[in-house]
Each structure stands twice: as C-alpha cells, then as structure tokens.
Ligand binder design. Structure first.
Ligand code: NZQ
Ligand code: ZN
Length: 384
C-alpha cells in the first residue's frame, strides 16, 4: 500500500425529508446565494423545500447553470456575488451545479487577472474560496463529497478539471426522493459515471490494498444490483442505495494508497468538449478501448474483478480479464448506454481532432505513463 493522507471534512446529511435542514447548518448572519440549473428544481418541489429551509436567512439566487457548466456563466455569478456581497454559496442540483459553484467560490476570491488560471493550474493557485454547501439532486459525480470541479469554456471548446481543499462543501444534503423526477437517461448516466469512477481507481495494478479493492468491488457490485430497480421504478431503497454508492465511488476512500488511472475521464472530456456527448456517454465509449489497449497492464485487476464481482471462476487470468471487459460492455448495453464513437456519428476526422489536442498539451496518462497523443488515437480507433 502506498503512503497516503486522507482529509474529507464534508458533513453528509442523508435521507428522506432532510432538505429543510439547510437551516440548521447554514452559518448565522451570512448572506447566502442559492445557485441552480435550468429549472428542474422548480418543477420537482426541491426549490420550495430549500426556500422553506432558508426562512430568516438573507438570500439571493443565481440560475441557468447548464450541464457541463460554462466558465462564461460562472463569471456572471462571480460578478453578482461581488456586487451583492454574498458570503456563502448553496448549490442545488446535479454535478454541474455543484462543480460550477465550487469554481465560482474559488474565482470570487482569486486575486489574479484571469480566473481560468484556476483550471489550467489544476487548482494549485487556489488559496481561498467562499464557503459552500449543496443539496444534491442527481447521483453520479461524487462532487458532493469531494473537492473536484470540471468546467467547460465555450470560446475555446475546452473542458478542464481542478481540485482544491478550499472547495470541499461544508455540508451536502442527499435526499434520495429528489431523484424521482430524473429522466431515465440521467439515471443511466449516473450509474455509468459512478461505475467508471470506481474503475479509474481500481483497474490498474495491485500494490497490496485488499481493503480498498474489496471496497471498490462492493461499490460496483452494489451499482450493478441496483441498476434495474433504479431504472424501472421509483423505489426509495434502490434510489438511496444508488445515491450513497455514487457518493462513495468518488469521495476519496477508494483511492487511498492505490494506483489510479484517469485516462478514460481525460479522453472522455475531449469528446464532450468537441462533440457534446454527455459525460457518462463519453466514458462508456472510452473505457473498453483503454482496457483493450492496456490489456497486459490491467489484466490482473480485471481478472480479479471478473472473479469477485461476476463470479467467473473458470479459465485463466487472460480469459477472466476478457470476460470482465465483455461483462462491462454488456452492463452498459443492458441500461441502453451506447459504447461506440459511431453511435454518435464521430468519425476518423473527430479522432484526429482529439489527438491533436493531446499533442498540443503534451499530456501523459496511464498508471505507467505510457498513454500520449499517439496512444489516444490508437485507443479511439478501438472505439469507432
Ligand atoms: O439544470 P437542471 O434543470 O437542474 O437539469 C439537470 C440537467 O439538465 C437535470 N437534473 C438534475 N437533477 C434533476 C434533474 N432533472 C430532473 N430531476 C432531478 N432531480 O439533469 C441534467 C444533467 O445534470 P448535470 O448536473 O449536468 O449531471 P451530472 O450530475 O451528471 O454532472 C455532470 C458534470 O459533472 C462533471 C462532468 O464532467 C459534468 O460536467 N463531473 C464532475 C466530477 C466531480 N466534481 O468530481 C467528476 C465526474 O467525473 C464528472 O467529470
Ligand atoms: Zn465521471
């Protein structure tokens, strides 16, 4: 097991009817801004529950944060925050609203001229941020219990991530009933995103982390078991299970002391930036390609997953690892998630665009630092 630190200060308030508890945990006497997206919270009653919890608190609001939140939109919120002297941010929505709020919190306190530095630096320039909290309405990203944020920039077609301990939410309210209004497509996306988060922290090579391995396997097995009920009915227990599993998939516990490989996410972000495919859709395309390309390096862990998650006990390591890839693709298809670039009309010319971007950036990825622009092209060819 590698050396590690673990710090996660997020208070989780989980369960039915918990939204009005914002009242209990918001700091007294501070001016709050409620940030949200395109209006789903107004249609499903979440907005009203939040407003109820804000009784007696001075607050204002900022709406219109889009999926794959834009830097341009975030900067409008920063202007309002400065003009109205807002002191605390409350995000209400999915990963996009949470991520935008984290960026806005950091940008509002950034002394430099160009807040885009926050993203190009990966977050190292962030020395302070406004305090923030959230009410989550979409299980998927884990943003509610981590310090990461992913922001897109329309003008340059970029999508970059940053992380900083200054943007951990102070508290996150997770009421599984908020998920009843989610369209099937968003539920499917959430299942796939959480599944792939576990894999990016698992399907590398072993450094003797039996507890973390079992925890990762538990989270994916739980997602697989819950998927059918999550997609077919409004059932509290399966939604609660899904919501907590998605949080646990990316709250830092699974990655402690292990070897990670986030290349599927890094390549996927470019597919979203250039072609507008949803985040989870991009992952379902790229993950099987990365695994096939890096098969020799990853086969030990993939075979372990086949044995422990799918109980594939026959055959040798190679055949078990191949079965793990097949089972993963079958899972994606079983929840109507496409897995090929061609499903979105992305062709050879599209691959070239992505490869050129990795060339320009000089990015090096993979647990063996062996995935560069050329290998990104090879991987994406496997996904056509
Ligand atoms: O804008 P509104 O009206 O709220 O509608 C949203 C949006 O259209 C809707 N929605 C959310 N909750 C709902 C609902 N509709 C009905 N009922 C509800 N309860 O769903 C749509 C998608 O929302 P979005 O927030 O974009 O989805 P998601 O949570 O999947 O977030 C995706 C973003 O998170 C980033 C992705 O890159 C992407 O930008 N990620 C963030 C991570 C992190 N912070 O750690 C890690 C992830 O890997 C990911 O990269
Ligand atoms: Zn993700």
């Amino acid at each position: 097991m590698n050396n590690f630190e673990f710090y996660n200060p997020v208070r989780i308030v989980f369960g039915k009817g918990t939204i009005p508890q914002v009242q209990k945990y918001l700091p007294e006497g501070k001016k709050v801004m409620v940030l949200y997206g395109g209006g789903s919270i107004k249609r499903n009653g979440v907005y009203d529950q939040v407003v109820h919890g804000l009784k007696g608190i001075q607050w204002t609001e900022f709406s219109g944060i889009e999926p794959n939140p834009l830097y341009e939109t975030c900067m409008k919120a920063v202007e309002r925050i400065k003009a109205e002297k807002v002191e605390f941010l409350l995000a209400v929505g999915g990963g996009s609203v949470l991520d935008a709020t984290k960026f806005i919190a950091a940008a509002a306190c950034y002394p430099g001229k160009d807040p885009w530095d926050i993203l190009t630096s990966g977050g190292s320039v962030v020395k302070a941020a406004l305090p923030l909290a959230d009410v989550l309405t979409l299980p998927a990203t884990g943003s509610e219990m981590n310090c990461f944020s992913v922001i897109s920039r329309k003008s340059t077609q970029e999508k970059l991530a940053f992380g900083s301990p200054h943007v951990f939410p102070q508290f996150s309210i997770l009421d599984p009933e908020t998920t009843y209004s989610l369209p099937k497509k968003q539920l499917r996306n959430g299942l796939v995103d959480a599944f792939v988060h576990v894999m990016e922290q698992y399907a590398t090579y072993s450094v003797n982390t039996p507890l973390q391995d079992r925890q990762a396997e538990a989270v994916v097995r739980t997602l697989l078991d819950a998927a059918e009920d999550v997609l077919s009915k409004q059932d509290y227990d399966s939604r609660a299970t899904f919501m907590w599993a998605a949080t646990c998939a990316l709250n830092g516990t699974l990655s402690r002391g292990v070897i990670e490989d986030w290349s599927t996410h890094e390549i996927g972000h470019e597919l979203t930036a250039f072609f507008g495919v949803d985040h989870a859709e991009s992952l379902a395309i790229v993950l099987p390609g990365v695994w096939k390309h890096q098969f020799e390096n990853k086969k030990g862990k993939l075979a372990q997953m086949a044995r422990r998650v799918w109980h594939i006990l026959g055959g040798d390591e190679t055949s078990q690892a191949k079965t793990a890839i097949e089972k993963t693709v079958q899972f994606f298809h079983s929840i109507e998630m496409p897995t090929r670039l061609s499903d979105y009309g992305i062709t050879e010319a599209g691959i070239q665009k992505v490869v050129e971007r990795f060339e320009q950036r000089g990015t090096v990825m993979g647990e063996h630092q062996n995935i560069r622009a050329r290998q990104v092209g090879e991987i994406l060819h496997l996904c056509l």
